[in-house]
Ligand binder design. Sequence first.
Ligand code: UDP
Ligand code: MG
Length: 324
Amino acid sequence: MKTTSTETASKMPPRLAVIIPCYNEEDILAETHDVVVKCLRQLINAGKTDRESFICFVDDGSSDKTWDLIEGFTGDGMVRGIKLSSNFGHQNALLAGLMTMKDSADCFVTMDADLQDDASAIDLMIDKYLEGNMIVYGVRDNRSSDSILKRSSAGIFYRLMNRIGVRTVYNHADFRLADRRVIDCLAGYREVNLFLRGIFPLMGFRSDQVSYIRKSRTGGRSKYPLQKMAGFAWQGITSFNTSLLRIVTATGILMFILALVTAIWALITYFSGKSIQGWTSILLIISAFSGINMISLGLIGEYVGKIYLEVKQRPRYHIEKMKL
Ligand code: UDP
Ligand code: MG
């Protein structure tokens, strides 16, 4: 089927860049390299991607031999490397890779370094891309490779996000393909509190999904223990809208109505001459109110803290060196 250049890839076959953030991944990186190179070669040989397609490893301030390994890979012409000056976090490492390579490819796939994202799904992503989709989301088929805790907390997270009006793709992490025009738009999102899986659906564009089976990690350790994951989920919730602050206002109104009812009741008690009673209820009310006040203040403080970080407009990463 013949399509016009505006509905499909900007160049045929498109030049693909696979961006892989790595943080202390020395145990698995060599295997990841082999698997992704093989996959890229197959795509090139099948004429689906350009000969100059490449992989870009972003070393997110690793303290092990990750960068040495990346430097070793760069000899074959298919691998590029970026070394960040410190550990800026998964989201910023992804951004560093995308922004640095923005003008060097037609489409971009981001995937984790631990092979949990199935590299063979890139082939399907390219198919969807060639059909004219600007974003293709990798969606995991099941979560059996995750711990029960991770699985159930992720379920609650996605439901909560949708409930408060943040559009996210269910069971999609950061394994996705995006056209260069989408990445150009991404450059306009200047926020420090970065949550890419919320930004991509927000940007719109024609998109589709590819499902894949997420495997367990075979080497190295997860850099997202429960505490860090909870922080990331909170980032997602508070970085996209202020609906939580609205809950505070709603609770305030409800409490005000309750206080009115309590006042009427107190007056009635007073005029009927039984005013000594009621000590317990007053105590209960005071503690309930102070609790709600504290929560509300904390919540507002969260957003104020976010504003503080955003207004400073600090750079989100620094590149120490590159191997192209
Ligand atoms: N990662 C990173 N910087 C960090 C933490 C993680 O670049 O500060 C990378 C990590 O090397 C991996 C990806 O982000 O490629 C996802 O991390 P991980 O596999 O630890 O997360 P999980 O799959 O357990 O959620
Ligand atoms: Mg992982």
